[in-house]
Structures are given as structure tokens and as C-alpha cells.
Write a protein that binds this ligand. Sequence first.
Ligand SMILES: NC(=O)c1ccc[n+]([C@@H]2O[C@H](COP(=O)([O-])OP(=O)(O)OC[C@H]3O[C@@H](n4cnc5c(N)ncnc54)[C@H](OP(=O)(O)O)[C@@H]3O)[C@@H](O)[C@H]2O)c1
Length: 254
Amino acid sequence: MTFDSSYVVDDMLWLDGSSNNAGKYADRFALSEDGVEMTFATNYLGHFLLTRLLLEKMAETARASGFEGRIVNVSSTIHSWFAGDDAVGYLDRVTRRKIPYDPTRAYALSKLANVLHTRALAERLREMNANVTANCVHPGIVRTRLIRDRDGLVTNTVFFLASKLLKTIPQAAATTCYVAVHPAVAGVSGKYFADCNEASPSRLGASSEEAAKLWSFSENITAEKIPKMSVHVSAGGFRLQVQSSNADRGMALA
Ligand SMILES: NC(=O)c1ccc[n+]([C@@H]2O[C@H](COP(=O)([O-])OP(=O)(O)OC[C@H]3O[C@@H](n4cnc5c(N)ncnc54)[C@H](OP(=O)(O)O)[C@@H]3O)[C@@H](O)[C@H]2O)c1
């Protein structure tokens, strides 16, 4: 993400698809500037905020164009590794350093949050009567830069031994593309996909109660940002307009 003062804003462009893909596996504990555990902030909370800011634009586009808008959240099968019944409580304890940071658990929680976000978002879109769907995917296991914090001999050896089970990058992109554009997925919303098929999320991932809890927690934590930010869509990507007491600042997201 870079600041770009010369960015051209064009609110007339339509937005009919959004894929929330950015993610990281963070070996060490860190907090975002807002004081949120970094894996959760990167893999989920940023996507939650951006999606909220884009939602009206997507609903408007779908109304005007007559075409279904689609939001795809990139999750992982590892979401099911998060055990326990209190995702928000766990996040709070980790953030306040009441319990030790476990990178795999933090990653699993963030990916569970993607699944729960999808469920609550689909419900919200139905209530808005928007012709926009929201689904999430497990892309498959593929060697990328995701676990760059763990580069080294052990990681290389594990990937070498497991190489027959890994997907290539184009194969891993297939489920996201399928859910984003394939006619067979028209009208399907709030679901979890793997290998281009609908699949079952974990028990916690299927909980509407947990999804509603996470949604209101996320709304509260991002609330003060909503009135201060707006998103403008242009040919090159999104522009986040941030209003401060001194001046407006723009952030371009390609
Ligand atoms: N690889 C797998 O086996 C696997 C399996 C299941 C799910 N996934 C999911 O697939 C998605 C894509 O991951 P990948 O495997 O393609 O990993 P990747 O190659 O490391 O790509 C991750 C992307 O996220 C961006 N990113 C990371 N931190 C960011 C931040 N704080 N702000 C903005 N952008 C940030 C990275 O940008 P920079 O490169 O500029 O940092 C990169 O473009 C992730 O959501 C991941 O959880 C991957």
C-alpha cells in the first residue's frame, strides 16, 4: 500500500467483484498501530473494514448493471485448527499478552474469522436485498511467500517431502476464480469452497452465533474509522480517503 497524491478518482466506475486475499503467517507476536494482534489485523480485520467501505458501491453497481456482485474471502482449511468456543475472548487474551502467542493458533483464528465474516456478510447482504454474494475458499496448500518468517532448511525439507501433495499457484487460484466468476455459483452465498466444490466448514465456522459475535466485535473496533474514511473506485484500484483534522490524505490500494 502506498500513498499516492496524484491518484485519479473516478466514482463513475463500477465495482462488481472483490477478493480478500492478503494474508500472512507471523512467527512473532506484534500489534498493529491500532493495538490489534497483527495476524488477525492483516488476515481479517483489514478485509472486514475494506469490505464494509465497499459494500454500498457493490450493491449500487449490481442494481445499476443487473449483474450479480461477488465477494470472495480467502480462508484456509486450517481455520478448523482453532479449537475452543470463544474466538473473540481468545483474541483479547493474546492481544493483552495474558496467554502466550502461538503463531499457528493465531493464523487459524484469523482464517476462522474469514469463514465467520463470510457467513455474517452473506446475511447482511440478504437483509440489504443486494444482488451481491459473499463466499470463502480454501485455495489448497501451495508454496508461496506466506510462511516467509520460517524460511530455512526445515521448511524446505517439509515442502520437498510434501511436494506431491502441493498445488501449483495456478491450481491454487482456481477455486477463488471459480467462486468469483463461474455461472454455477450464481446466487450461492455464505458458503465455504475447496477444490471448486462447496465444502463444510468446521463446527465453529458454521456457527451463526459466533459469526454475529465476531461481526459486532469487528464493527465496534473499526467504528471510529468508518466516518473518517471513504473508498473511491478508479481504473487502477481503490483509493482510501482518510480525513484527519489537518488535511485529507489519500491511500491507493491497487
Ligand atoms: N499458501 C498456502 O498454502 C495457503 C493455504 C491456504 C490459504 N492461503 C491463503 O491465501 C492467501 C494468499 O496467500 P499466499 O499463499 O499467496 O501468500 P503470499 O504469496 O505471501 O501472498 C500474500 C499476499 O498478502 C500480502 N500481504 C501480506 N501482509 C500484508 C499487509 N499487512 N498488508 C497488505 N498486504 C499484505 C502480501 O504482500 P507482500 O508480498 O507485499 O508482503 C502478498 O501479496 C492468504 O490469505 C493465505 O492465508 C494460502
